[in-house]
Write a protein that binds this ligand. Structure first.
Ligand SMILES: Nc1ncnc2c1ncn2[C@@H]1O[C@H](COP(=O)(O)OP(=O)(O)OP(=O)(O)O)[C@@H](O)[C@H]1O
Ligand SMILES: [Mg+2]
Length: 242
């Protein structure tokens, strides 16, 4: 199952947080082209902060973020997007007052008047027929599962090489969560590399190649998905190490 491409993302000894507060205390992580890499951990571990640090939202105190060999530490989100990173955040991930279709258009804002945006919207509706039917409805009227699909689709509209997903299955019933996981596999098969933050350990490990366990702002375990499936994750989450 291992996919051995070149590193698309490297995080080196990263210390970051919000303002002066340090949340991540020295994170090292690698994602290779073509992989799905899971980041697992309990509430408050710093999973979202890790994605926020990569995407230029959190404050980086020291360490580096490297995208395809280029040091991007401290760049702003709009610059990170242009370098091929898409982000579907955990919260506030759609524009509730805009229609489904306009949310997708907004996701492509950095592409200007690129005529292929229309084709990509069609592609997104093919990938997510569930939201195609609702293209003219405001995003706030969507169900939880539909909204998560829209958030992922919106992030794909910048044509990212690397997609950051923060708990895409949060709050979804098991069936909707499984459907979304299959879609994430389809996105991987389209050639997009994926860094997937999840609390749903079993679901995440069903599609991941490898994973990291983050507890208290530190990586306490890195292993193949197969190995992670066989360890007592709850214990690791609460004890923060072996
Ligand atoms: N915008 C912020 N400003 C200040 N502190 C924050 C901010 N966002 C998060 N924190 C703090 O940083 C720590 C890590 O939060 P983070 O959201 O990264 O955890 P998480 O692993 O994503 O948790 P969850 O599983 O609940 O989403 C927490 O103590 C949280 O209170
Ligand atoms: Mg979070």
């Amino acid at each position: 199952m291992s996919r051995q491409g070149a590193p698309i993302l490297e995080v080196r000894d990263l210390r970051s947080g919000y303002g002066k507060m340090e949340v991540l205390h020295g994170i090292d992580l690698v994602v290779r082209e073509g992989e799905v890499v899971a980041v697992l951990g309990p509430n408050g571990a710093g999973k979202t902060t890790l994605l926020n640090s990569i995407f230029g939202i959190a404050t980086i105190h020291s360490g580096q973020v490297i995208l395809a060999g280029k040091d991007v530490t401290g760049l702003k989100p709009h610059q990170i997007v242009r370098l091929g990173v898409g982000y579907a955040p955990q919260t506030n991930n759609v524009f509730p007052e805009l229609t489904v279709e306009d949310n997708l258009v907004m996701g492509a804002y950095m592409r200007g008047r690129d005529p292929s945006i229309k084709d990509d919207i069609k592609e997104m509706f093919k990938l997510f027929p569930e939201i195609a039917r609702r293209r003219n409805q405001k995003a706030k009227t969507l169900s939880g599962g539909e909204r998560q699909m829209l958030a992922v689709a919106r992030a794909l509209m910048s044509r990212p090489k690397l997609l950051l997903l923060d708990e895409p299955t949060a709050g979804l019933a098991p069936k909707a969560a499984s459907t979304l996981m299959r879609k994430i596999e389809e996105i991987r098969d389209m050639g997009v590399t994926i860094l997937l933050v999840e609390q749903n350990v079993a679901k995440a490990l069903s599609i991941a190649d490898r994973g990291y366990v983050l507890v208290g702002g530190r990586i306490v375990k890195e292993a193949s998905a197969e190995e992670l499936r066989n360890i007592e994750m709850e214990k690791l989450f609460f004890l923060g190490g072996e």
